[in-house]
Design a protein. Sequence first.
Length: 119
Amino acid sequence: MDDDVAVAATTGVAQVFDLHALKAFGPDKRERKMLFKTDQLWSEIACYEPGQSTVMHTHPKEEGTANMSIDGREVVVPAGSIVKFPRNVLHDVRNLGPERCVIMFVKVNPKILRGSADG
């Protein structure tokens, strides 16, 4: 993953991320940008040009949100939607349409999950 961490406007204890300003697209592959990373949660955006995709993969200890194929089934998710699925499910992300696609992920920090599996 890119080590590029997004800059947020801070008001008191709140951080405000302008997702429109943070979007970035690459000609050869999707671009990822970390929004925040805490002890408990991570959040990032992934930006896809038309025709770009990820390879099939799993998150054995995480849940995810995306526009994707999940566990062998085609899932078409309109803009503004959230997809939740169990951990360790094979999935990919593809932008098959003519327009750019931006996906925001929220994940549980894997260290938290490893700790709960051990205890």
